[in-house]
Design a binder for this molecule. Sequence first.
Ligand SMILES: C[S@@+](CC[C@H](N)C(=O)[O-])C[C@H]1O[C@@H](n2cnc3c(N)ncnc32)[C@H](O)[C@@H]1O
Length: 559
Amino acid sequence: MDDMERWMQRLASMPAAFRSVALLQLLRIEQEGAFSGLVGGAPAVAQGGRGRSGAAAASSAATAGEEAEDGADDEEPGGGRQAGPQLKDPRDRRAVTEIVNGTTRWRRRLDFTLTALCGRPLAELDPPLAALLRMGLYELAEMKTPAHVINEYVELAKRVMHRGAGAVANATLRNVVRGMEAGTLPQPPAPAKGMTLVQAADALALGASHPTWMVQGWLQQYGPAATMALLQRNNVRPSFALRLAPGSSAEETCQRLAELGAKARPSRFLPQEFIVVEEGMQALLASGLVQRGEAQVQDEAAGLVVALLDPQQGEHILDACAAPGGKTLFVAARMQGRGSIVAMDAASSRLAALRETVRRQGYSSCVRMLARDLRRYAREAAAAGEAAATGRGAAGDTQGEAAAADGGGEGGDQPRAAAAAAQRQQQYEWRGPPFDRVLVDAPCSGTGVLAKRADLRWRRTPQQVEQLVALQAQLLDAAASLVAPGGLLVYSTCSIERAENEDQVAAFLARHDGVFALQPPPAAAGLPADCLSGDGCLTMLPHVHGTDGAFAARLRRAG
Ligand SMILES: C[S@@+](CC[C@H](N)C(=O)[O-])C[C@H]1O[C@@H](n2cnc3c(N)ncnc32)[C@H](O)[C@@H]1O
């Protein structure tokens, strides 16, 4: 057993207390990439020392795993829980949320202060000690917890590690308190005239606790004023939106939520179908509204992607990167369950949960799950098409595959399963390509959702963005071959990077010149004008629209 395992085991076996639980979560995020769909707060370090109170954001302290390559979409606060000490008191769970989220989001800025105070880079300290110091600084400076909390951190350091760690925690955190009292806590340099782009990006990035490369890209793409607004937006507690089940009234739901102590309003962008919860998410989750299927957590920007797709009843639709399935379900709702949707994803484990939700929401006869790499599926479809044209048998069985692929828990009893599949096939014409509409909600950097994904800014690298751009191009080309003549291809991301959005679409159009063309949405799709760019692409920016960032383009195939 290595040191890290030992420290984590000690923490996991301690009686549940919110600081030890928070420390364990922070170590898991660092070690295992386990991420938190946590709702956090805006700390005062970045606001000239004006702290919010310790009353933490309304959310659970649950953590949810996330696959590294995915763009972040439709994050559900209060997702899966991890093994380890469980806290019963909601106030303790909120404190964990606040500390883990804030410490993760503000890590770079906290490290700057702590490095100056303890005289060496935090990377040289053992991970639990570094995490404890960040937590301590965050509590003292941002949550305004009184100085006696230092004793808690010293004891925790001794129990998890050794006496020496306790001594470092004591000395450093007492320096923090002295610095706060004297107004001498180290401040990062402000951006100034005459700085190069990289220097300005570095100063801004340090002050707002983001990676420099990200900020540099935004300065070039959006300019200084918008970049500063975006940085600020990424560091405040995000609001969450809910998509209501078909038939529910947004106004009535908001009234019901007010009675439960939550504050909600109909969405400005999709007022019939979405509401925005401004306060009381915890009360809302506790009310069972989501569990009963009356609403589901989904950002308005994700909803607008489906509005741009504008699915029609009776159509045959491919949702090519479907998991976890938020958009698939909205497409099914918009089609009132009439038509056929193939929900494909390369990650079969992520499709499993969607299958269950599809069943619960009554869309089983309309949605089929298909665990498949889109690129392979398109290759097989092309081979099958060629074989059909030359009269030879096809290598793969893409035609009709959607019906066959969805075992849906019927495995084992083959004759019954076959009969059920045949019956379904009679009811709906399950088939493979071509599709009337194809949605490629591509894996992306997720830079549009940094407010909700506190750790994402630290996990992304410029190299990853390059790899994602290459993958997105492959997925787009694969999807293009599956669109029926005259059909529609919608490409979307939850990134705000030009390389993944506008440039990606421009390169696609150049490769498919004369076959695909950009097409603005029809007025009947009901997209507000301020969500669309000049060429009709959906362009949602967190600091402009107050939603997740998202991009989507409608690409019409020639008839
Ligand atoms: C941004 S997420 C999709 C979110 C989803 N549309 C929703 O609204 O819930 C991107 C998805 O693409 C999937 N993916 C990545 N590479 C793929 C491939 N080659 N073929 C199909 N799906 C892929 C990932 O597994 C991931 O689930």
